[in-house]
Ligand binder design. Structure first.
Ligand code: ADP
Ligand code: ZN
Ligand code: MG
Length: 487
């Protein structure tokens, strides 16, 4: 039996976060729900309308290229890619053919072929349920041109990927980099990032990899679908070949409900698109762009940040990974740690761990529960670090800390103020606790005898009872010791 080598190359589109569209002044607003409102003669392709290129979009793609170690050529240009589809008012797309903005580059060991800039299409609505909601006949389709002409970046890799997991890891890392660069939010659920996978099975011949016929899989709308579509397609091609058949060069679509790829059309060649230089836009002299400033605006990228975080803050790999997975989470962490460092500090290492836990579980949990995003968060790094200090110095119990955190999130107050106002000081003084401890021991006879018989759980139960009486303000360690001594 022949051994096949999976060969995978990705084409990834991302909508760029610009104020306006690629070739007109219409608003680029993915949140606009009213159809066909952000449109004008240019993006609707009225006769005689002239495009002008969006500088910010060009700079964004250059930034991506630089971050991924690609080459920025001296000149670039736009080309027309001709095809008809109802979501494409001009019947051609302005794209880039042989002179893209970026050549080469590398990410996660995968070589990049190019990154270019084009315009997005409109959006069609075919689904019956949606059409009915819009009071439209269910055998018709609707088109919304708000998205038509939105700047779209396309990144094309070499076929260097060898399995579905690596393809997903590549796409996730690219998404994160686009977010770090603030060029695109790249949300796959919202179609802001779209992945097409080229999949084939190669063979080793005299030590050399010989490529097989590739299939392009479109309509992949989630990272899970990237994985499953590639796996499915590899499996399908293996079966075709093992039965002595040939893989057809075609475009297939991933069907999310049947979880299989289905043939869409035989693959078109470049000449089918009759590419030619866009006559309404001059070639781009890239030396006239602020290349140095763009380079300087590139922040520390996730890969470097993970390594630095792990080293500097003594975090495990998964911990560093979690923080870096969201640029705002990473900066909130780092800013809070610097606040910790500026205080007097003996147990800094321990406090950093505490901060990590409160940030990634308690605070994030509260934010998710209340639908609050980082940009809306009222808790400053300084106040957050202060709270960690209060916990670390045993000024508040971890129970009260949660209450304080909740108040901080609602009002933006600093934890010392909340502590005072709500009288949440932790009680560690034995004398102040003694009454409660005595009462708990007297009234919970069976738990006390369980504990005497060696049931450690019973101790927790008794501490819990005392805590309840103290409204969560007792120091659990002190309570535990006192109960132990008295039973
Ligand atoms: P096409 O002309 O069909 O668009 P390209 O050569 O432009 O093909 O490549 C498009 C994408 O397909 C790239 O991401 C490339 O890495 C990938 N690719 C090329 N050849 C193969 C192959 N044999 N197997 C898998 N992917 C491939
Ligand atoms: Zn417009
Ligand atoms: Mg291609």
């Amino acid at each position: 039996m022949a051994t096949y080598v999976p060969v995978i190359g990705l084409e990834i589109h991302a909508e760029l976060d610009t104020k306006t569209k690629m070739f007109c002044d219409c608003k680029n607003d993915p949140d606009e729900e009213h159809p066909n409102i952000n449109v004008c003669p240019i993006c609707l392709a009225h006769p005689g309308a002239m495009p002008t290129a969006n500088k910010k979009a060009i700079e964004s793609v250059i930034k991506v290229g630089m971050a991924l170690q690609g080459d920025i050529p001296a000149v670039s240009k736009f080309d027309r890619k001709n095809y008809f589809y109802p979501d494409l008012p001009k019947a051609y797309q302005i794209s880039q053919y042989d002179q893209p903005l970026v050549f080469g580059g590398v990410l996660k060991g995968v070589r990049l072929r190019r990154v270019h800039l084009e315009e997005d299409t409109g959006a069609l609505t075919h689904e019956n349920s949606k059409l009915q909601a819009l009071n439209s006949k269910s055998d018709s389709s609707l088109v919304n041109f708000n998205r038509a002409g939105v700047p779209l970046m396309e990144l094309v890799t070499e076929p260097d990927i060898r399995n579905a997991d690596d393809a997903v890891a590549f796409a996730k890392e690219l998404q994160l980099i686009l977010r770090y660069l603030s060029v695109s939010y790249a949300d796959m659920d919202r179609g802001q990032m779209r992945v097409e996978a080229n999949v084939s099975l190669g063979k080793i011949h005299d030590g050399e990899l010989v490529f097989g016929t590739k299939v392009e899989v479109k309509n992949i709308n989630s990272f899970r679908a990237v994985h499953d579509a590639i796996e499915y397609e590899l499996q399908r091609q293996r079966m075709v070949l093992e039965e002595g058949g040939e893989v057809k060069h075609e475009t297939r679509g991933w069907n999310e409900s049947s979880r299989e790829t289905v043939s869409q059309r035989t693959k078109e060649e470049a000449h089918d698109y009759r590419y030619f230089p866009e006559p309404d836009l001059p070639p781009l002299d890239l030396s006239r762009f602020p290349l140095n400033d763009i380079k300087l605006s590139i922040p520390e990228l996730p890969a470097q940040k993970r390594i630095r975080f792990a080293k500097e803050f003594d975090l495990s790999e998964p911990q560093a990974d979690l923080l870096v997975s969201d640029p705002r989470l990473a900066s909130h962490f780092e800013d809070s740690v610097s606040e910790l460092m500026s205080e007097d500090n003996q147990n800094l290492a321990q406090e950093i761990k505490l901060l990590f836990n409160y940030l990634t579980s308690d605070l994030r949990g509260l934010m998710i529960e209340n639908g609050i995003k980082f940009e809306e968060l009222k808790i400053t790094p300084e106040n957050f670090a202060d709270l960690v200090e209060l916990i670390s110095h045993n000024t508040v119990s971890s129970r009260s800390a949660k209450d304080i955190l909740r108040s901080m999130m609602q009002t933006g107050a600093d934890p010392h103020t909340v502590l005072k106002e709500q009288d949440l000081h932790q009680i560690s003084d034995e004398e102040a606790l003694l009454d409660v401890v005595r009462r708990v021991i007297e009234t919970n006879v069976s738990a006390v005898s369980d504990f005497k018989n060696g049931k450690e759980n019973a101790l927790q139960f008794l501490v819990g009872k005392a805590m309840a009486e103290l409204k969560g303000k007792g120091n659990p360690e002190v309570l535990q010791r006192m109960i132990r001594e008295r039973t």
